[in-house]
Design a protein around this ligand. Structure first.
Ligand code: EPU
Length: 337
């Protein structure tokens, strides 16, 4: 194990922020991971997965542990379903494509989401009508303080909209080592109810879509709306879609008749933050090397060498403006360091 010094993290975070890790170690096996966690030389560790849901605003003094555990394994298979286990360091989208090639269904709607398998449960990634929790079976995670490995069931993870126990009570306490998924091997449940997918399939004259067709449709939609982090640094949706009371929504609708919403319950509705940010005038605004994406106002972008602190300040300005205009609190979805 060689601990590297003064490593730029620019290529390790999809926002492309150039901060420095004073000490950096990429680990590709559990034995090394346990060993380094026990070491007293670097008491504080910073766990880095795919770097797709973070905004780095300063150099990192702690030992940066890059979780680079690779491997995909079929655990068991029946006529209709399969249990597949993927290690935390596998790239999420490559895993999705691998599953589609094996004709394993269930995660095709989650195509092209940046990041790694190990970080997917932390924020219960979701897109186009599917969330990770729909296919999640269990995950194994290493308790940082004791070095013990624990298996988490779906219930243990307390999944919610872009949320899990790993973002709350257990924040910073565990490193996810692998995730097991339950997928289908035939009679796949094709989910096209999310408007944009059915339109995309119609445009392509596909009436009986396969899981590959759904994946291709999602890839086409995402590519048209969301910037590719390899070209323009970003962390996907910067904010969560806020959930407000029906009473407040009715008042807002009076002033803003076009405001979209998704019903959550009799009392609550979710409002698209992208719509609020666009209607506050931020969509496509650039400030030097950073700004708000031109096709999706929920995405803040780094055009080159932006500083994480500047992007953080822009996010605060957006939050204040949304509060002033709509009286809604926008909560950041990305983790800020
Ligand atoms: N909208 C605007 N202006 C914008 C962006 C969106 O008016 O600039 C409106 C759209 O017209 C539409 C509504 O907002 O009526 C919803 O937009 P969209 O379908 O693009 O989805 P979203 O709610 O903005 C969420 C997720 C995305 C996910 C998509 C598709 C969150 C925070 N974001 O975005 O997830 O891909 O739905 O399922 O829930 C991510 O988490 O990083 C992410 C990209």
């Amino acid at each position: 194990m060689i601990i590297q010094k003064n490593i730029s993290l620019k290529s390790f975070n999809t926002f492309g922020i150039d901060v420095c890790a004073k000490h950096f170690l990429s680990v590709n096996n559990i034995a090394d991971l346990k060993k380094v966690l026990k070491s007293q030389i670097y008491p504080d560790k910073f766990i880095l997965g795919g770097g797709s849901n973070m905004l780095l605003t300063k150099d990192i003094e702690k030992l940066v542990l890059h979780i680079n555990l690779k491997g995909i394994e079929v655990i068991s298979k029946t006529d209709t379903s399969v249990f597949v286990k993927a290690n935390a360091g596998e790239n999420w989208h490559e895993f999705v494509i691998w599953c589609i090639e094996q004709n394993f269904g269930g995660i095709e709607n989650l195509s092209l989401i940046p990041g790694n398998v190990g970080t997917a449960p932390i924020q219960n990634i979701g897109a186009y009508g599917v969330e990770l929790k729909d296919v999640f079976e269990s995950c194994e995670a290493l308790h940082i303080a004791s070095g013990e490995i624990k298996t988490f069931t779906k219930e243990d993870c307390q999944f919610d909209y872009r949320n899990s126990v790993f973002k709350n009570e257990l924040k910073g306490q565990y490193i996810i080592l692998n995730v097991a998924f339950k997928l289908t091997t035939q009679n796949h449940t094709i989910k096209t109810s999310y408007g944009a997918i059915s339109n995309e399939l119609e445009n392509q004259n596909i009436t009986k879509p396969t899981i590959k067709d759904v994946s291709n449709a999602v890839i086409a939609i995402r590519s048209s709306k969301l910037p590719d982090p390899k070209e323009i640094g970003n962390s996907g949706s910067f904010f969560k879609n806020p959930i407000i009371s029906v009473t407040q929504f009715e008042k807002l609708k009076h002033n803003f008749p076009d405001i979209p919403s998704y019903t959550i319950s009799n009392e609550l509705v979710k409002v698209p933050a992208g719509w609020l940010i666009e209607h506050a005038g931020f969509k496509g605004k650039t400030f030097g090397d950073y700004g708000v994406h031109k096709n999706q106002a929920l995405v803040l972008v780094n055009y080159g060498n932006a500083n994480g602190g500047d992007i953080l300040n822009l996010s605060k300005l957006i939050q204040l403006t949304i509060k002033r205009i709509f009286d809604i609190n926008l909560e950041a979805e990305v983790n800020i360091f």
